[in-house]
Structure formats: C-alpha cells, structure tokens
Design a protein around this ligand. Structure first.
Ligand SMILES: [Zn+2]
Ligand SMILES: [Zn+2]
Length: 120
C-alpha cells in the first residue's frame, strides 16, 4: 500500500505523517517551555510508527493515527475486502478528497471536511 498526499509519497519519518505529511521538522514548533510540540494538537512531539492494514506507517500524533485508521476502516467497508494498492489524499483548503485504487482496480472516492483537532 502506498500513501500519497497531493501526489507526494508519505508515511515514514522523512516523508512525514501518513495523514498530514508533516515530519519532525515541518510538523512542530518550539514552545515557550522549550518542548518541541506537535502543530496539529499542541502535545509534545512524539512521531511514531504504527501498523495499519498490514504496513508500518508514520504518524505525527495519536489523533492522526486514529483518524487515519477510521478512514481505512471506512474504505474497507465500502470496497469489500480487496487489498488497497494506493491511497491518494488531496488536501484542498478545508476539504480532503481520498481516492483509493484497490487490487481489483476498483476506484473509490471519499470527500469530507477536515477536522480541526487543535483546541482553541
Ligand atoms: Zn499528521
Ligand atoms: Zn499532534
């Protein structure tokens, strides 16, 4: 399974989080207390690998891992049990389009508003 965000391959610590494409350099800010924090949720940066649908993917934080897993579960429900070859996420303003190519070359498209996980 390959994950693409706006045409760029993501999913490891260099290419970035499988959901937002941010890595340690682009996805963090230095807070007043000197901790490196996640831009998405404001918690101290962890950046970790988790297995989703049989492959190890990198995530910036727990929220993005959970959201990505939800997307995969939804896709599996819609597509049946066929294996996913490519997940292509296009982020456009506040909307996210997810396109999937599965092994039986079935294509699925999901459109959804993006959740803002940052609490203000
Ligand atoms: Zn992320
Ligand atoms: Zn976070």
């Amino acid at each position: 399974m390959i994950v693409l965000i706006n045409g760029r391959i993501v999913g490891d610590e260099y290419t970035g989080c499988a959901l937002c494409g941010d890595n340690r350099r682009t996805g963090t800010y230095l807070s007043i207390d000197g901790t490196l924090r996640c831009k998405m949720c404001g918690k101290p940066w962890i950046g970790f690998y988790q297995e989703v649908a049989g492959i190890k993917l990198y995530f910036c934080c727990g929220d993005h891992y959970k959201e990505f897993r939800k997307i995969i579960e939804r896709i599996i429900t819609i597509s049946g049990k066929s294996r996913i070859k490519v997940i292509s996420i296009s982020i456009n303003g506040g909307e996210r389009t997810i396109r999937i190519e599965s092994e039986n070359s079935k294509e699925i498209s999901i459109n959804e508003p993006m959740f803002n996980l940052t609490k203000t």
